[in-house]
Design a protein around this ligand. Structure first.
Ligand SMILES: Cc1ncc(COP(=O)(O)O)c(C=O)c1O
Length: 516
């Protein structure tokens, strides 16, 4: 009994007739917590041990998955034993998910999850720090600050920059975009808006290969997607810097403001790296903000000698990188860096009366869009400590070497046309023998597009391997991307055979369809 009346009842219990079979909701007794945790870790370890012998995906339709999880059941009235729940969930997840950590997953740019990151997620949840303010998260805040410095150091960016962890590349790029909008416009755009502030029409520039985050950013910041100037690329799909200059000059002469240029360090489709030094020069000439989308390739700057253009990351006003790509952090972890930390702060800092956080420490609520913030930094920080700079550099190098090996194997196979190979992305097409002599006629091109699109679908559903696609100069291509510490040479060597065998079957079926 407390002074104000009876103790509140734990939910699920009835006073008087204490029904102990109904547990107080949510709190799990210590001995049971340990049992559930140990059992879960065993299940996860078994999953990791056996992953390579299982299909990448079962490619099951939604109704099958809904049936498995009881997707049409109503909300349960009463709870269930936590160990049973966890093990049942683990079984369903491990038997029916698509695994981007599978050695033969060559799909989109999501990495195999670092083992230490898997454990870090549980540790972070146990502390449950709210990394919006130092007061609420003293250790986590300093860990985030150190992570920002280390990420900057790894890619050759000034370590006194501002920055923060976000959910992924889209959000990291958006942080750079918003900071540029506030920092480089005259008038008070955050308060008055684009029209009210009287600023000229704002223009942003990026290559045609830029990821779709740019449209979302232009849209939500009020610039509109029509403010984007899509700069053509050269034969290697790198932005043509002279065309960039011409476009900026034309806008400036028309009275518009060239606000921001996006250089991409590793494009989403082919891994192309824009000529970042040249772009930096053009930005300087026009006083434009230089942002680099390094969501995919930024961490290859750890291998600076091989990719001299990535040295220019250090010149950017802001950079986005994605620890959940080439630092192998489990989803989600993106990271925004801004050279001038004050500009980042100015773009996001408001001081509501209901917070008492103090100014002498870093309060991440003042550096980004989120208010309450999880401790996603922990998995990145532990990954950096576990692998070290050298560990990451060697692993990234290995992924790139595997991609180069894949391109070689595809060429040796003779049934493929390799279109690009850059960083750890290879794009290629299956080309049946009877099409090889007529690669450039329109009918053959259209047929190869159709064939490769069907082939992509077939390979993805096979569970033997998983590739994605790209459209390059109007041609439909298959795309293999390796950001995966589980992939071995044997997996790469197997891919051409898997795809070619399926390609032959689909080609025969399509030709038969056409004939009949
Ligand atoms: C170059 C590039 N930018 C941005 C993104 C978006 O990153 P995220 O999916 O983490 O939001 C990607 C994703 O692949 C990318 O490759």
């Amino acid at each position: 009994m407390n002074a104000d009346g009876p103790d509140p009842l734990p939910s699920g219990r009835q006073r008087g007739s204490e029904d102990l079979s109904i547990r107080p909701a949510l709190a799990i007794p210590s001995s049971e917590f340990r049992r559930a945790g140990h059992a879960l870790i065993e299940a996860i370890a078994d999953h990791l041990d056996t992953l390579s012998s299982r299909p990448v995906t079962l490619a099951e339709p939604p109704h099958r998955i809904r049936a498995l999880i009881g997707g049409d059941d109503p909300l349960p009235e009463r709870g269930t034993d936590p160990t049973d729940l966890l093990l049942e969930s683990a079984r369903i997840l491990f038997e029916h998910s698509l695994f981007n950590g599978h050695p033969r997953y060559f799909g989109y740019i999501t990495s195999s999850p670092a083992h230490i990151g898997i454990l870090a997620e549980a540790l972070a949840a146990a502390v449950n720090s709210n990394v919006g303010s130092y007061t609420l998260a003293p250790v986590a805040t300093e860990i985030e600050a150190q992570t920002i410095r280390w990420v900057a150091e790894l890619i050759g960016y000034p370590t006194d920059c501002g920055g923060l962890l976000v959910s992924g590349g889209n959000m990291a790029n958006l942080v750079g975009f918003i900071t540029a909008r506030t920092a480089r416009t005259t008038g008070d755009v955050p308060a008055a808006g684009l029209v009210g502030s009287g600023c000229p029409a704002l223009r942003v520039y990026c290559s045609r290969e830029t990821h779709t985050w740019i449209q979302k950013a232009a849209d939500v910041t009020g610039l509109g997607t029509e403010s984007i100037r899509w700069i053509p690329t050269d034969a290697s799909l790198r932005m043509d810097a002279s065309q960039l200059r011409s476009a900026m000059l034309a806008d400036q002469q028309a009275g518009d403001l060239p606000l921001l240029v996006v250089g991409t360090a590793g494009s989403v489709s082919t891994g192309a790296i824009d000529p970042l030094y040249e772009i930096a020069d053009v930005c300087r000439e026009f006083g434009a903000w230089f942002h680099v989308d390094g969501a995919y390739g930024g961490f290859a700057a750890a291998l600076r000698a091989e990719y001299p253009d990535l040295g220019a990351l250090g010149l950017a006003d802001s950079v986005a990188v994605d620890p959940h790509k080439w630092l192998y952090a489990p989803l989600e972890a993106g990271c925004a860096l801004v050279r001038n930390r004050d500009l980042l702060h100015d773009a996001f800092s408001y001081h509501p009366p209901y917070y008492h956080f103090g100014e002498e420490a870093t309060n991440y609520v003042d550096y980004g869009l989120q208010n309450s913030r999880g401790f996603r930094t922990l998995k990145v920080w532990l990954g950096l400590r576990h692998a070290g700079r050298d560990g990451y550099a060697r692993r990234i190098e290995e992924d790139i070497a595997l991609a180069t090996r894949l391109a070689q194997r595809l060429r040796e196979n003779g049934e493929f046309e390799v279109i690009t190979c850059s960083l750890s992305i290879v794009t290629f097409r299956y080309v049946p023998e009877d099409a090889r002599e007529r690669l450039h006629d329109e009918q053959t091109r259209a047929y190869l597009d159709r064939l490769n699109e069907s082939l992509l679908d077939d390979v993805q559903r096979s569970g033997e391997a998983f590739v994605s696609n790209a459209v390059i100069a109007g041609r439909y291509a298959l795309r293999a991307c390796i950001v995966n510490f589980n992939t071995r040479a044997a997996d790469v060597d197997a891919l051409p055979g898997i795809v070619a065998q399926r390609g032959r079957v689909i080609h025969t079926a399509l030709r038969r369809e056409e004939a009949g």
